[in-house]
Design a protein around this ligand. Structure first.
Ligand code: BDP
Length: 698
């Protein structure tokens, strides 16, 4: 019976629902024999809720992978079989950072393997690490593994709305069924929690930063409480995005001024109400005075006034405020500088429970941005790094783009604010300025699509985010290999091929959409496809021409002292390198310089020829991705294979769309021919322009 159940998934198409937690039975191998011998029982001593989850997950995983029953017992004492012991132990016994309650250690003790943590969550993370060993066919004999998270608050941010839509979501609707909560708990909530815990995530902000006040009503708090109850056994805490004007909208107050005593009291009472329902509530996420959202500046107060008032409202509860720095006032000279100008002066004014949440780049999740100048510029404030997993600017769920390299590029960036080696990583993990708290947030790419993320490889972005949040020293390729082996295939050649495609995918996307530092030239409001000619929008910094500044002389935004001088926001060493077009990395060139069309670059080509070369070779690289993917057909589930292959066809068609749109449009300024060996587009600019209307359903 058991064997049949374990073998069943092989007989039907893989719909991707099980993510990287498939636990399909391993084929016959000396390794499986070794695993089977080592896993004859699971001993879990203690009653901690999360420890029980750990034992149940280990049992589920082992039974699936090994095809043998593995009983859970209360103690290993006197047992002569070989088994796996789960134990919560004092700090001294767990390697890694002694401060971390979440770290684990897996070691061989006598005939047993022991998974130890200082908390149930630590053991749970250890269990997933052990299962990963089996899922990726690693030896477990003599295993001695220990690990602690390098960042404390590791959150997904859902941009989900009460009506079930997901802002910038491309994988169906919101997985939260508000109309069914709190009575019915969709089993999917548990699988979601399992997936998050398996990659070390410990928090979830469940609603859109453009927040509805509704979430703070007693009715909705009961629903949120029900979700928190599902997540708690997985070590996951719930956070809420809050609407700044909630005291007015649902509280009946005349103001939302953070210094008003009634407003303060309203938030304090609300926070008490939340903690009564959800004792381990994580805290608040706030988007204020940004893109039309209300905020403390409406009352002449600062972001710090607002954040500190909310922190005070949390009282002695163990919660935090994550206050977003994604702000840009209308009318300021360069959007690049605005978050910095608003927040830098507030450094030192935030209460201890406040973290300021900063996007990886200064504009908005573009396919490549220089690191945000706030990293390193606010030493007295813990900064949360916010990255986007949902592919708002990366081809939605149609394009295969693996984002781990993008996240690592930001983390690895050297801000130089305290001399060389002051990386963004050290800002984010708090080590540069000895902060007690640290955080990282990923905007989720999850929806009701059966496979959760729309594009099957989108799952890898969710996976990689969690793994990097836990341990940013892992390489993008190593994470891709783990995910591939657990999700698609363990056949070594196929793994190598898929990892290679994933590792190159982000650079390829940049090449066919926004090479050399072009940015924000995508379709208006839906942010899909090319629209570099966009010149009219609600505000100038929502157009494309604001950013690329193409004219008869050249291309790019001059952010040197001769231009907007945004470069001055960076440390002198960074300014020096990026401020000179000759030493500025080509990837950032047009972020900082207006470069002449005929200007020779370090590649030996002129700007124009280099631009065209990148658009063409980027597009050709999608064909390369298709060819590589075709080779793994025998090793990958047929349904999954076909799904990715079909999406690659879309990507190929749209890469050509981007290429043709951009080279034809920029050619109207450069007046240069398409250099050999590239063949000029066969369609006209007018023809390509009309495609945008098609996509935007105009
Ligand atoms: C932009 C999105 C918008 C979000 C905003 C934000 O287009 O939908 O609300 O970011 O992060 O990228 O607040």
């Amino acid at each position: 019976m058991l064997v049949l159940a374990a073998a069943a998934p092989l007989c039907r198409a893989d719909d991707g629902y099980r993510l990287w937690l498939k636990y399909d039975q391993l084929g016959d191998s000396p390794q499986r024999t070794q695993y089977r011998a080592a896993a004859q029982f699971i001993a879990a001593t203690g009653n901690a809720e999360v420890l029980k989850t750990a034992a149940a997950e280990l049992q589920r995983g082992l039974q699936g992978l090994l095809g043998q029953p593995v009983p859970v017992v209360a103690s290993a004492a006197g047992d002569t079989r070989r088994g796996i012991v789960l134990a919560i132990v004092p700090a001294a016994k767990v390697f890694g950072s002694p401060a971390s309650l979440e770290g684990y250690r897996i070691s061989t003790q006598g005939r047993n393997l022991t998974v130890m943590g200082r908390s149930g969550a630590g053991v749970l993370y250890g269990v997933y690490a052990l299962l990963r060993q089996l899922q990726t066919s690693q030896p477990i004999a003599g295993l001695n593994l220990s690990s602690s998270p390098r960042i404390q608050y590791r959150l997904l941010n859902h941009w989900d709305n009460p009506n079930g839509t997901v802002e910038r979501g491309y994988a169906g609707s919101s997985i939260w069924k508000w109309y069914e909560l709190p009575q019915r708990l969709d089993p999917r909530y548990t699988d979601y929690a399992r997936a998050n815990a398996s990659i070390g995530l410990n928090g979830v902000a469940i609603n859109n930063v453009n927040a509805s006040a509704r979430y703070l009503t007693p009715e909705y708090l009961q629903k949120v409480k029900a979700l928190a109850g599902v997540f708690r056994p997985y070590g996951i805490r719930v956070y809420l995005s809050v609407f700044w004007a909630a005291p007015k909208v649902i509280g009946g107050l005349k103001t939302a001024d953070p210094l008003d005593p009634q407003v303060k009291q309203w938030w304090a009472a609300k926070s008490e109400e939340i903690y009564n329902a959800i004792p381990d509530f994580g805290g608040f996420l706030v988007k204020a005075n940004s893109e039309g959202e209300p905020g403390p500046q409406d009352y002449g107060r600062t972001h710090a006034d607002g954040a500190n008032m909310l922190a005070a409202a949390l009282g002695t509860h163990d919660g935090i405020v994550m206050w977003r720095a994604f702000v840009y006032k209308a009318g300021s000279s360069d959007r690049f500088k605005q978050a910095y100008e608003d927040f830098k002066p507030l450094d030192g004014q935030f209460a201890p429970k406040v973290l300021v949440q900063v996007k990886n780049g200064p504009i908005d999740f573009q396919s490549r941005e220089p690191f945000h100048p706030l990293f390193g510029a606010m030493p007295k404030t813990p900064l949360v790094l916010e990255v986007q997993l949902t592919q708002e600017y990366l081809g939605f769920a149609s394009h295969l783009v693996y984002v781990a390299p993008l996240i690592k590029e930001c983390l690895d960036a050297d801000t130089q604010t305290k001399g060389p080696g002051s990386t963004a990583t050290k800002v984010v993990d708090g080590s540069l300025d000895q902060h007690r708290i640290s955080g990282i947030a990923g905007v989720a790419n999850i929806g009701t699509d059966r496979n959760w993320t729309g594009h099957p490889v989108g799952q890898a972005n969710w996976y990689a985010f969690g793994r990097l949040a836990w341990d940013y020293t892992l390489t993008s390729a190593a994470i891709a290999a783990e995910w591939t082996k657990m999700t698609l295939t363990r056949e070594p050649q196929a793994v190598a091929t898929i990892v290679d495609v994933m590792a190159k995918s982000r650079d390829i996307y940049v090449r066919y959409t926004t090479p050399l530092g072009l940015h924000h030239i995508m379709g208006q409001s839906i942010h899909y496809g090319p629209e570099p000619w966009l010149a009219e929008a609600g505000r100038p910094d929502w157009t494309a021409v604001y950013y690329h500044k193409a004219d008869s002389l050249g291309l790019g935004f001059d952010r040197t002292a001769a231009g907007s001088n945004a470069l001055a926001l960076y440390a002198p060493g960074v300014q020096k390198q990026w401020g000179d077009a000759k030493t500025c990395p080509l990837n950032y060139l047009l972020w900082f310089h207006h470069v002449g069309w005929k200007q020779p670059l370090s590649t030996g080509r002129t700007l124009w020829n280099e631009l065209v070369t990148r658009y063409y070779t980027g597009t050709d690289s999608v064909a390369w991705m298709q060819r590589r993917w075709a080779t793994v057909k025998p090793q990958v589930d047929a349904a999954l294979f076909a799904d990715v292959a079909a999406r690659l066809q879309i990507q190929q068609r749209e890469a050509r769309w981007w290429r043709d749109a951009c080279v034809l449009y920029f050619q109207t300024f450069s007046k240069q021919p398409i250099p050999a060996p590239f063949v000029p587009p066969t369609r006209t600019l007018a023809e390509v322009k009309s495609l945008v209307d098609l996509y935007q359903l105009k």
